[in-house]
Design a binder for this molecule. Structure first.
Ligand code: UDP
Ligand code: MG
Length: 315
């Protein structure tokens, strides 16, 4: 069996060689063939140079390099497209995903599982981030149809048919956590202890995390639109009751001129709600905008992908 290891790399010059050594050493203990598919996500450091050097000395190394930074989702997609393995393991280059676990994944795969997920514990994370994550997953699992689990990321083994299924999902806005859950198949999960990043630093800023969270909420269904509708209807019925009451009072006791505060409060509250709803609608329109453009997910500036199965034949 051939196992492909797909590795998105963004500015990983400090750790890439060590990563490669660790994975290849680990794979010696496994009774399967190995292929490494590195995807350089437009790094400005020496990442591509290192990949070229690795490919020169190790024939199992394939790499792609993007013309600019397209994001980890695009890098994973490119890796999956070029992986030829019967099973594909996706892992980060920063050694936060212990290579020892590949063996365990392969064992589970041999038992017939299509997706073997390594779920990290949140040990060593800041309390604030852990709590935020917990709240987020509580919320998102009420909003989306697929089940998302805290600590479950992209570190997993996928069987060939799962990879092929994921490659059929060609949407531009890719939220892999959701896509993996959406395709289904036989899935099993095991936990591992979270390792602190050894070198470099995480590219995730608070703003990026927030956007990622919103993507998760919005890219899976239209429930937020439905929620906006319900909110509007609730406000409308409350407002109608209030209006009826005011009219009643006015008829019975004449018009009470002061009412500036009530008026202003109602006006601003309603305007705020309308803006939020407009924003929700706008988010979906924005997504449609990107989808209809049908732009490629990434552009490649250099590659050594061997005899890729997906290369079009020469005319
Ligand atoms: N990565 C990438 N493109 C990006 C950001 C990150 O390909 O724009 C890669 C990065 O090289 C690493 C993996 O995605 O292999 C996870 O990134 P990081 O460690 O920054 O994220 P975290 O571990 O904090 O989730
Ligand atoms: Mg990391």
């Amino acid at each position: 069996m051939l196992i492909s290891v797909v590795v998105p790399c963004y500015e990983e010059e400090e750790i890439l060689e060590r990563f490669h050594d660790r994975v290849t050493a680990e794979m010696k203990l496994v009774d399967h063939e190995l292929e490494l598919v590195y995807v350089d996500d437009g790094s400005k450091d020496r990442t591509l140079r290192i990949l070229e050097d690795l490919a020169a000395v190790d024939s199992r190394v394939r790499y792609l390099s993007f013309s600019r930074n397209f994001g980890k989702e695009a890098a994973m997609l490119a890796g999956l497209q070029h992986a030829a393995g019967d099973a594909v393991v996706i892992m980060d280059a920063d050694l936060q995903h212990p290579p020892e676990l590949i063996r365990r994944m392969a064992e589970q795969h041999a038992l017939g599982y299509d997706q073997v997920i390594a779920r990290r514990t949140r040990k060593g994370d800041r309390v604030g981030r852990t709590l935020a994550a917990r709240a987020y997953y509580w919320l998102i699992n009420r909003m989306v149809d697929v089940e998302l689990v805290d600590g479950v990321g992209d570190f997993r083994l996928l069987s060939r048919r799962t990879v092929d299924a994921i490659l059929q999902l060609t949407e531009y806005n890719r939220f892999s956590k959701g896509l993996f859950a959406w395709v289904g198949f036989r899935t099993t999960t095991f936990s591992y202890e979270n390792a602190v990043r050894e070198q470099g630093r995480s590219a995730w800023t608070f703003g990026k995390l927030l956007n990622y969270g919103l993507d998760g909420l919005l890219s899976f269904n239209d429930k937020p639109l439905r929620a906006a509708l319900y909110l509007g209807m609730t406000l409308l019925s409350v407002a109608s009751c209030y209006a009826a009451w005011i009219v009643g009072v006015a008829l019975a006791r004449g018009v009470d001129t002061p009412g500036y505060v009530t008026l202003l409060t109602a006006l601003t509250a309603l305007a705020g709600v309308q803006m939020v709803m407009l924003g929700v609608v706008g988010e979906y329109v924005g997504r449609i905008y990107y989808e209809v453009k049908r732009r490629p997910h990434f552009l490649v500036k250099a590659a050594n992908t061997g005899l890729s199965r997906r290369q079009p034949p020469n005319p």
